[in-house]
Design a protein around this ligand. Structure first.
Ligand SMILES: Nc1nc2c(c(=O)[nH]1)N[C@H]1C(S)=C(S)[C@@H](COP(=O)(O)OP(=O)(O)OC[C@H]3O[C@@H](n4cnc5c(=O)[nH]c(N)nc54)[C@H](O)[C@@H]3O)O[C@H]1N2
Ligand SMILES: Nc1nc2c(c(=O)[nH]1)N[C@H]1C(S)=C(S)[C@@H](COP(=O)(O)OP(=O)(O)OC[C@H]3O[C@@H](n4cnc5c(=O)[nH]c(N)nc54)[C@H](O)[C@@H]3O)O[C@H]1N2
Ligand SMILES: [Mo]
Length: 753
């Protein structure tokens, strides 16, 4: 590999975690001037009487007595508990045209929003507005719609169950199912693929299952950065000697070795625990072929759980026929792995009795992602690895309450049972036609059909593909409304009118007429528990997300509305009673059960081998197409996968380092195999352009002036950071089943800049 020195790119030889992580926590707190308050705040994250960490959706250990250290949770908390303030004076000192020239990092680093703002088109500035005037404007715009589907209600998965539930009530009372949400860009293939296959679109394991597993399969996720609290679990598994097989195109440090900052011995001796027992650098998008290869092998060896297959599944013969028909040459070419390697993984799998399969965005952000996720489930089902202790499927969710949002109705394709519950509880006829996903929302914006876009959190236009088209589409909206803790680029793309409404964060005290309120959230393993902030609000003018939705409801439906919005925002127990009324089986005893420390687990039929599918069995589902060629036969085309750095939370860029990957102070790099660089006459460290390989009428999508960095990554694959590279992702390129953009299989060409 080239030894040429590249500014800001060094080797990082330390394990993940360790002293580097402790140092980073100190820096994150100091950088946001939260040293004292932030430190105290941290001690209360994920504690029975504290708040749910806004960082990720990994569950808390059963005994929450010890403080669970997490560097990136600390950053998320410090970012929210910052002492910096984006006051109206600061924001109105600049035109939006000026603010748009700031980087995403600088825009959010202005600090916490303190006052509601309204866009003044004449001066191109955000100016302060009174809360009541803001609510009246929103109500007026919603009343003026010709059709309810002219409104879009976006949600990012940080909102509590209570806020999300009221938000969907508001939208459905308006008359639409247009609830595009971050899940549409994230785990939608899980939400579409798993119900069809096993009857529930959620993971089947609990944290305790990790104590009983004798093998972990880890596909396409980077827990050292994105689910750091999972590292404690993986370390325990590794120390017990259970193998962990990792399938990832990049050698992610935390999956190689990890030093626990909570282990005095490891900290004192600078030692670490190896995590992966074997590391398979699968080609980007090569997972389907790899899993098919593993299944082909275990079918050939007859290493199957015949009794389980007979009793619990359908479709074995069709799947077997497909696997028998696949030739190894094609499996090797598509997966980028050798037959011997794949058979080695299959042998380890066949020798294990209780297997958990974990996966993240490396699987869900492809053109065929729903089918890909279903192949993972097939692999488990062939050996009966769902619904017994120590075994099951474990999707790593994104936002800390994205799963809960879906449970309480943030879904553009709601089930009939949920809508019947809504109708029964609220005495109205909820809309039944499916609403828009994120990608469909952008299309509706482009057609000029969106008159009101509301965002309950998130950074819609930056998270989505193809900023050139998406940003232009946003500008065609009539009224944009953003409920947010911090300013971001989406807010700087106003429609004809625009409002920014500042809200409380998770870490803050939520005082309402009925006293201090707790909200509830659901983690990746279907545990629901309460979250209570403890910091004073960043500004006296903030409202809770619940209160904001209630005020809009009141302004829209009037004082005589049968829904008593004031009563709901006064006491969130009443909201939980309504959720229980709509979903009595799921949330029986809701208010009582969240008062038990640790909360409660929602019913998980798959864990009991109850399959709520059409056939009543789990489906072994063959992949319907034989991997289409993303390169369209052109060897010049590289497949780009877009990633999170260690110093970011989605579109929120905390800082410019990506410590474990050895990148410091910059994000404009692309990781490339040295031979792919050589083939293009490019040296590691050269400035290059990435251009979308196929235009397809989308316009010239390109990012320019990046620096090529030689890396150990499979040939033909390149990797770079999101959101800087979203300009390369075509809106048309999304999973046909779920609508999830193919952020992790983007055909590009690389050329000297
Ligand atoms: N600190 C922090 N925590 C977060 C987030 C954050 O941005 N920062 N985001 C939150 C959200 S919303 C989400 S969805 C999760 C995301 O968590 P992850 O799923 O871990 O997210 P990514 O960074 O997108 O990383 C995906 C991993 O997949 C690998 N990969 C890429 N392409 C492929 C492929 O084709 N096949 C395979 N097998 N692997 C591939 C990459 O090398 C990378 O290691 O994290 C959540 N938690
Ligand atoms: N290329 C590429 N694109 C991707 C991805 C990828 O891997 N590659 N990943 C996709 C995924 S998995 C996801 S989930 C999406 C993320 O899409 P979003 O969820 O829309 O984006 P975030 O960056 O998480 O949103 C950040 C904003 O949320 C607001 N915020 C923070 N905390 C709160 C709060 O408590 N309340 C409220 N109301 N607002 C708050 C702040 O204003 C902040 O600016 O991006 C997707 N886009
Ligand atoms: Mo996500």
């Amino acid at each position: 590999m080239s030894e040429r020195k590249i500014p800001g790119v060094h080797r990082y030889d330390q394990p993940a975690g360790g002293w580097g992580a402790l140092k980073a926590v100190g820096e994150a707190l100091a950088g946001q001037h939260t040293v004292l308050e932030g430190g105290r705040t941290l001690m209360r994250a994920n504690k029975p009487e504290g708040f749910d960490c806004p960082g990720c959706a990994w569950p808390d250990p059963k005994h929450t007595s010890s403080f669970e250290f997490c560097e990136n949770g600390a950053k998320a908390v410090a970012w929210e508990a910052t002492s910096k303030r984006a006051t109206p004076e600061l924001i109105s000192a600049h035109t939006l045209a000026e603010l748009r020239t700031w980087s995403d990092h600088v825009i959010e680093d202005a600090g916490r929003l303190t006052h509601p703002l309204a866009y003044d088109a004449a001066s191109d500035r955000y100016l302060p507005i009174a809360w009541d005037a803001a609510f009246e404007r929103i109500a007026a715009a919603l009343k003026a719609l010709d059709h309810p589907d002219q409104a879009e209600f976006y949600a990012s998965g940080r909102a509590s169950n209570e806020a999300a539930f009221l938000y969907q009530l508001l939208g459905r009372r308006v008359g639409t199912n247009n609830f595009p949400d971050c899940s549409n860009m994230c785990h939608e293939p899980t939400s579409v693929g798993l119900p069809e296959q096993i009857g529930l679109g959620k993971g089947s394991v609990s944290l305790e299952d990790f104590d009983h597993a004798d093998l972990i399969l880890s596909f396409g996720h980077n827990p050292g950065t994105n689910h750091p609290r999972m590292m404690a679990t993986l370390r325990d598994v590794a120390r017990r000697g259970a193998p962990i097989l990792v399938f990832n195109p990049l050698k992610e440090r935390a999956l190689e070795r990890f030093a626990s900052p909570q282990s005095p011995v490891q900290m004192a001796t600078l030692s670490s625990t190896p995590i992966a027992s074997a590391y398979y650098q699968v080609a980007v998008g090569g997972d389907v072929a790899l899993v098919q290869g593993m299944m082909k092998a275990i079918v050939a060896w007859d290493a199957l759980d015949h009794a389980f297959i007979a009793e619990h599944t359908t479709g074995f013969d069709a799947l077997k026929a497909q696997l028998d028909g696949l030739d190894w040459a094609s499996i090797e070419a598509r997966s980028g792995l050798t037959r011997a390697g794949i058979e080695g993984a299959a042998r380890t799998y066949a020798g294990a009795n209780a297997v958990i399969l974990c996966y993240g965005m490396g699987l869900t952000q492809h053109l065929n992602a729903t089918f890909a996720v279903q192949q993972l489930v097939n692999l488990l089902l062939l050996r009966g690895n769902i619904g017994r202790p120590g075994a099951g499927i474990c999707p790593l969710r994104g936002h800390s309450n994205v799963q809960g949002n879906r449970t309480v109705g943030i879904w553009e394709k709601p089930g009939a049972a949920f809508l019947d519950g809504m109708d029964r509880t609220f005495g109205f006829a909820s809309p039944r036609a499916h609403g828009h996903t994120v990608v469909e929302t952008i299309a509706a914006m482009e057609r000029g059909e969106v008159r009101v876009f509301m965002g309950l959190g998130g950074n819609f236009a930056v998270a989505a593909p193809d900023p050139a088209r998406t940003h232009a589409a946003m500008r065609k909206v009539g009224l944009t409304v953003h409920v947010a803790t911090k300013l971001n680029r989406t807010h700087l793309l106003p429609g004809a009118e625009s409002l920014v409404l500042p809200c409380l964060g998770r870490t803050e005290i939520d005082e309402q007429a009925g006293g201090r309120q707790a909200v509830t959230v659901e983690d990746s393993m279907s545990m629901v528990h309460a979250s209570k902030g403890l910091n004073p609000p960043a500004s006296p003018d903030l409202k809770s997300e619940v209160a904001i939705v209630c005020e809009i409801g009141k302004a829209l439906f009037g004082a005589t509305d049968p829904v008593d919005w004031d009563a709901l925002s006064a006491d969130y127990d009443r909201i939980r009673d309504l959720i229980e009324a709509v979903l009595p089986d799921t949330f029986a005893g809701y208010n009582d059960r969240i008062r038990v420390p640790g909360g409660f687990r929602l019913p998980l039929p798959t864990a009991e081998r109850v399959w709520n599918t059409a056939s009543g069995k789990a489906g072994l589902l063959p992949h319907p197409e034989d991997g289409h060629d993303l390169r369209r036969g052109d060897p010049d085309v590289l497949i780009l996968t877009t990633l999170r750095s260690h110093d970011q939370y989605n579109t929120t860029v905390y800082g410019l380092d990506d410590r474990y990957r050895g990148v410091f102070g910059r994000r404009d790099v692309v990781f490339v195999h040295p031979d792919d660089l050589a083939a293009r006459g490019v040296a590691s460290g050269d400035r290059i352009d990435l251009v979308a390989a196929f235009d397809d009428g989308d316009g010239a999508r390109a990012v320019r002036g990046f620096t090529a960095v030689a890396r150990d990554i499979p040939r033909g694959c390149v990797a770079a950071y999101y959101p800087e590279t979203n300009g390369l992702v075509a809106l048309a390129d999304h999973d046909r089943r779920s609508g999830t953009p193919a952020y992790k299989s983007v055909p590009v060409r690389l050329a000297p800049s």
